[in-house]
Design a binder for this molecule. Structure first.
Ligand SMILES: Nc1ncnc2c1ncn2[C@@H]1O[C@H](COP(=O)(O)OP(=O)(O)OP(=O)(O)O)[C@@H](O)[C@H]1O
Length: 241
């Protein structure tokens, strides 16, 4: 693959005494949307946290634009242009949507043009701009969490299971926003368990199991190969279709 923005090679991560990532090889091409699939406990979140330096890789390399960032501190990794949206929808409930975004702008004041650009993806945020984020629905909070990661130009967004627990209509509006966002020059790495959510969204896909990437390739190839889907995703397919 030519000029990947992110490349993990033989990455191992230990959490306490547990050996969670056991030699992860993961390539994210520059531009578009890459999906990281896998069942519960496969190691997807640990992979994102390792990229962000929230867990330290005990072996292997994490290359961002060619530079090994595995030993860098999290703020320095963020400063390179990587933002992480954790699964827990980290928003400040008592603060308004505006204040949530305002606090996320670390390199100067919130730019009005940037806010308008974000409203284009998530129109609901305009409506609730002066509402406390805690009053919003789960889907709207997720939009605030993603918007916080977008307040400044980013090269790479890491987004962990944004659709988890959301109603189908809200999932559709998130899918539409990602489809728009992937046309911009931001690269997205999206963790998902539900294949049906990402099968028309992802450009490339990696599948994890037991702390390793067990398949990587074009999303279209996986969509068109029923047997491969059954073999790789049998559990999640039967759970979601
Ligand atoms: N803080 C922790 N302490 C001990 N074990 C952990 C910790 N965090 C994760 N694990 C273990 O690491 C393994 C991988 O977890 P991880 O959250 O990365 O998986 P995942 O693929 O993101 O799954 P999920 O979809 O459930 O979030 C699991 O077995 C989990 O129990």
């Amino acid at each position: 693959m030519h000029d990947p923005i992110l490349q993990l090679s033989a990455v191992h991560t230990h959490i306490g005494e547990y050996h969670i990532l056991q030699g992860v090889d993961l390539t994210v091409p520059r531009g578009g949307l890459s999906v990281l699939l896998g069942r519960n406990g496969a190691g997807k979140t640990t992979t994102l946290r390792t990229i962000m330096g929230l867990w330290k890789a005990s072996a292997g390399t994490v290359r961002f634009e060619g530079r090994d960032i595995a030993a860098l501190a999290t703020p320095d990794i963020a400063q390179l242009g990587i933002a992480y949206v954790p699964e827990s929808m980290a928003v400040f409930s008592d603060l308004t949507v505006r204040e949530n975004l305002y606090l996320a702008a670390r390199n100067g004041p919130l730019q009005e043009a940037r806010v308008e650009w974000i409203f284009g993806f998530f129109p609901a945020l305009r409506k609730f701009w002066h509402y406390p984020a805690g009053n919003l629905s789960g889907g709207q909070k997720q939009m605030v969490a993603i918007a916080r990661a977008m307040v400044e130009p980013r090269k790479l967004l890491l987004i962990d299971e944004p659709t988890k627990g959301l109603a189908p209509a809200i999932i559709q509006s998130l899918i539409a926003a990602f489809a728009e966002l992937k046309q911009t020059d931001t690269t997205i790495l999206l963790v998902e368990q539900n294949f049906s959510v990402v099968k028309h969204l992802g450009d490339t896909v990696s599948v994890m199991d037991d702390g390793k990437v067990v398949h990587a390739g074009a999303m279209r190839a996986l969509v068109e190969d029923d047997k491969l889907q059954q073999r790789l995703l049998g559990l999640s397919l039967s759970a979601h279709q």
